[in-house]
Structure formats: structure tokens, C-alpha cells
Design a binder for this molecule. Structure first.
Ligand code: SF4
Ligand code: SF4
Length: 240
């Protein structure tokens, strides 16, 4: 995002709308300044009612900077999935798509939050840590498309300095390896300059029990159970 200094009247109203505090006022207070290294291209400032003069404008984004917008602007469509909002719906739709079959867990690591955001070098660090367990990264996910090698979780070098509001790493792992993956995520959480939460999804057993619940309890991780129930509106596309 950029500021047209000729149109900006220095009112400062846009400053509070930035979720990563990338906007400040110039030393003389005459116009807003956007720190281009911190701006995640979320579009919030321009879409807000803050600017009455049209001083905020969005230049055309090219690669690699456009990745910021794909992962930060809820209105930008991710080319990999064709959907908006970080471009992934896989875990929410597993009852229909059945990518995470019995014996497996689907794991999503949601890196970055407002105020902090996340550098892709940190997202790569997390992806590479779990890749050692042979996890299968979700193909229809914009974060996976940033990888130079989905086997190792290594990202394309030119992307490592890019900053985004948040990114979701998504993968399937056999339940037998889930505990080790979660301990690894706990360790790597101390090595990144951002925060993340972890979602774990598995298909309920016929008796209603949750296959991965015992693993979470054993590791003493705090968790909250959410469920998605297929009431017949989505027809399963994949059989086990
Ligand atoms: S586009 Fe988003 S991150 Fe960039 S200055 Fe505007 S509100 Fe801040
Ligand atoms: S809201 Fe618009 S006019 Fe006011 S400081 Fe921000 S860019 Fe300038």
C-alpha cells in the first residue's frame, strides 16, 4: 500500500486501522508514511472509512510481494484453491473430501496474528521441522505452493523475507507420528518470532471417541474440541 503525499492531509485517521502498525506519521506530521517492509498488503486501511481524500492507493503487486496479499487480504483469491481468506478450507470440509482418512490426523498450524504477523522464514522453519516426519503437505493450499520442495518444507528463497498477516501450514500425518510432531511444534514455537496455534483433525471412531484425544491428553496440551457434522448437505466424494 502507498500514500499519495499530494492527497494526504495528515489527519492520521488511517494509523489505527493497520493490523501490523505499519502506518505512522512523517516527522513533520504532514502526511502518513507506510513502512513497506512491515506492510502485509491486507488492504484494511484503504477499505476502511478512514481516508476521506483517497490518498491511500494500491499499486499493482507483482511476485514475490503479491504473496503478502494472498495470505493477508481476505478478498484476494488464492490461485491454488480459488477461494479467499488464506485460501484453505480443507480441514473444515474433510467430511466431504475425506483427505484425512482413518489412522491419520490432519494438522493445521496457523502462524501469525494481528499486531505480530509472520515472516515466511519462520513459517518455513515450522514446515521444515515437521517435514522430517514425512508429513504430506496439503496440495490445495497457498502455503504449500510457496515451497521449493514439499518433501522438505523448504520455501523458495526469494519469499523468505516476505511478511504476511498469517499463514496456514496444512498436512496429513499418521496418528502413530502425531505425538512426535506435536512435541516438535512445541520446541519450534520457541524458535520463531511469531505465535501459532495448532488444529488437529481426525475422524471419530464408530463409538464416538476421538482417535487423537488420548495423544493430546498424554502430552498435557490444552485443547478444545470442535466438531463438524455432515447433515447430508455435502455428499462424500471419497470412500475409505
Ligand atoms: S495494507 Fe494493511 S498492512 Fe499495509 S498499511 Fe494498509 S492496513 Fe497496514
Ligand atoms: S487517512 Fe488519508 S489523509 Fe489521513 S493521514 Fe491517512 S492517508 Fe493521509
Amino acid at each position: 500500500m502507498q500514500v499519495d503525499k499530494d492527497l494526504c492531509i495528515g489527519c492520521g485517521r488511517c494509523v489505527l486501522y493497520c493490523p501490523v502498525q505499519a502506518i505512522s506519521m512523517s516527522d513533520d506530521g504532514r502526511h502518513a508514511v507506510i513502512d513497506q517492509d512491515e506492510c502485509v498488503e491486507c488492504g484494511a486501511c484503504r477499505r476502511s472509512p478512514a481516508c476521506k481524500t483517497g490518498a491511500l492507493y494500491q499499486p499493482e503487486l507483482t511476485y514475490p510481494r503479491i504473496v503478502r496479499s494472498i495470505l493477508s487480504d481476505p478478498l484476494t483469491i488464492a490461485p491454488e484453491s480459488g477461494i479467499t481468506g488464506r485460501g484453505t478450507e480443507e480441514m473444515k470440509t474433510n467430511d466431504v473430501t475425506a483427505r484425512f482418512k482413518r489412522g491419520y490426523a490432519g494438522v493445521a498450524v496457523e502462524v501469525g496474528r494481528p499486531l505480530l504477523g509472520a515472516r515466511l522464514k519462520d513459517v518455513e522453519k515450522i514446515a521444515m521441522a515437521v517435514a522430517r516426519f514425512g508429513v504430506e503437505f496439503e496440495k490445495i493450499n497457498p502455503t504449500t505452493s510457496l515451497m521449493a520442495d514439499p518433501k522438505t518444507g523448504k520455501f523458495k528463497d526469494e519469499l523468505l523475507g516476505e511478511k504476511v498477516l498469517s499463514a496456514i501450514i496444512e498436512f496429513a500425518v499418521p496418528l502413530s507420528k502425531l505425538e512426535a510432531v506435536l512435541y516438535t511444534l512445541e520446541r519450534v514455537s520457541h524458535e520463531v518470532e511469531s505465535v501459532f496455534s495448532v488444529d488437529v483433525c481426525s475422524r471419530c471412531n464408530p463409538d464416538g471417541s476421538i482417535p487423537h484425544e488420548e495423544i493430546l491428553a498424554k502430552g498435557n496440551w490444552w485443547y478444545s474440541i470442535n466438531a463438524k457434522t455432515n447433515v447430508g448437505l455435502g455428499r462424500p466424494l471419497a470412500q475409505e
